[in-house]
Design a protein around this ligand. Structure first.
Ligand code: FCB
Length: 429
């Protein structure tokens, strides 16, 4: 990597990134592949009508008017998604054209191990070809092993809550690593464990919709164990591997002028979202990750939204400065950091360019202050299936027409491509 001095440019409107910086985008199997059969696909079919009803209360009028698809049950069924399973070469051609030199995707556990202990060679061959396609196009693969979906046999045994979750997961991780180790260096074990704990076990909005603080509490340890076991398994088959987990990190701000009450809430929220998984996996990460979407304002005892703040189509506040504070805090771990997700839902593509540039400005500032950030993955390469919200939120650099499956590169993607290709951020505002 370059020394800090080398990235500080004389021209203030041009920010140079360290040599070898990785630029790309991320996806996950269930959200793009199509044709998956796992606990999510089953839950979607059972809950589509309920989700339509919930949409009425959940979203603001401007969102309901702009995205009437949210009232169609089909919106909530992943189905063929983007058919990326069959069109990955076409999609990687686009990523290459956009100057990406890295790509993050996930392996669908339910395809690779459709029955307990029985691995499907054809599916491993599929992912071998996916990786080959990336390498042929000059993109480094970052492989996620678990992006929230469980095979149905595991779900019957209690899913993530099964006492043997870490055993099952590390056995699968080992199998995949043994088969793909020659072409993969970077492995991400588990995607955002704390998002699953919060949304599936505290807020009741994702499968298995179990509101249980006890289950939530236990899951931290269970996910940490699964990560550590998989970390060891991958290293046992491939010494050159670099292994981490994908961590969602929120930024926080207190509302009142005298802040101590808000700060109490923030202390707990920050511990359970940002810190606990890091603590529990200490010593078993070759790199750290940042997945940044949320700026949480606290007015004791809970989170609030301020109406005058810029938001994306999901009404999530956009707060680029937050990523800088998160990165500065991670510096103490003295590990390389990859921003493995950062993005926004913006169907009109009117905010995406500025969003990316503003975040990169803050990331660059952190780098110039000694934080070892080595890559940025925009979420997502393609519009895709956004879990319990379905298809209407549009995160893609590439727009998908879900009727024809036609791909259309958005203007902001070309702006991001300029940065990827030059390794430099130019801005004029
Ligand atoms: C992240 C998830 C990813 C996507 C984005 C918007 O938390 O990892 O799958 O849903 O949010």
């Amino acid at each position: 990597m370059d020394t800090i001095a080398m990235i500080i440019n004389k021209d203030k409107n041009k920010l140079k990134f360290p040599r070898g910086f990785l630029w790309g985008a991320a996806t996950s199997s269930h959200q793009v592949e199509g044709g998956t059969k796992n606990q999510w696909s089953e839950w979607e079919k059972e809950n589509a009508n309920k989700l339509v009803k919930l949409a009425e209360a959940k979203w603001q009028d401007w969102q309901k008017n702009k995205f009437p698809e949210m009232f169609n049950p089909q919106n909530y069924i992943s189905g063929q998604a983007c058919d990326h399973y069959n069109r990955y070469e076409e999609d990687f051609n686009i990523a290459k054209e956009l100057g990406h030199n890295v790509h993050r995707f996930s392996i669908e556990w339910s395809r690779v191990e459709p029955e307990e202990g029985k691995f499907d060679e054809k599916e491993i061959e599929h992912y071998r070809n996916v990786i080959k396609a990336l390498r042929e196009r000059g993109m480094e693969p970052f492989v996620t092993l678990w992006h929230w979906t469980n095979p149905l046999w595991l779900e019957e045994k209690g899913g993530c809550e099964s006492k043997k979750f870490s055993f099952y997961f590390s056995r699968y991780a080992k199998f995949v690593a043994e088969n793909l180790k020659d072409d993969v260096k970077f492995w991400i074990t588990i995607n955002e464990p704390t998002s699953v704990i919060a949304s599936a076990y505290m807020q009741n909005s994702w499968p298995p919709q179990k509101k249980s603080l006890i289950a939530a509490w236990k899951l931290y340890r269970s996910f940490a164990r699964a990560h550590i076991e998989a970390y060891k398994a991958i290293h046992s088959v491939s010494k050159k591997s670099k292994v981490g987990f994908a961590n969602i990190l929120h930024s926080f701000k207190s509302y009142h002028k005298i802040t101590w009450m808000d700060d109490v809430s923030i202390f707990f929220a920050r511990y359970f979202t940002n810190r606990r998984m890091l603590n529990l996996t200490h010593g078993y990460n070759d790199f750290l990750t940042v997945q940044y979407y949320f700026h949480n304002r606290f007015k004791f005892p809970r989170k609030i939204r301020l109406n005058d703040k810029p938001v994306n189509d999901l009404n999530w506040e956009m707060y680029p400065h937050g990523i800088y504070r998160i990165l500065k805090h991670l510096k103490q771990h003295k590990l390389p950091i990859y921003i493995t997700e950062n993005g926004l839902a913006d169907a009109g593509d009117s905010k995406r360019e500025k969003f990316i540039k503003d975040h990169l400005k803050w990331i660059h500032k952190a780098i110039s202050e000694g934080v070892d950030v080595r890559g940025y993955f925009y979420w997502s390469l393609l519009d895709n299936f956004e879990w319990d919200k379905g298809f209407w939120p549009r995160f893609g650099l590439v727009e998908i027409n879900y009727d024809t499956l036609e791909r259309k590169i958005r203007p902001s993607a070309w702006k991001y491509a300029e940065i990827c290709k030059s390794n430099e951020l130019k801005y004029d505002y």
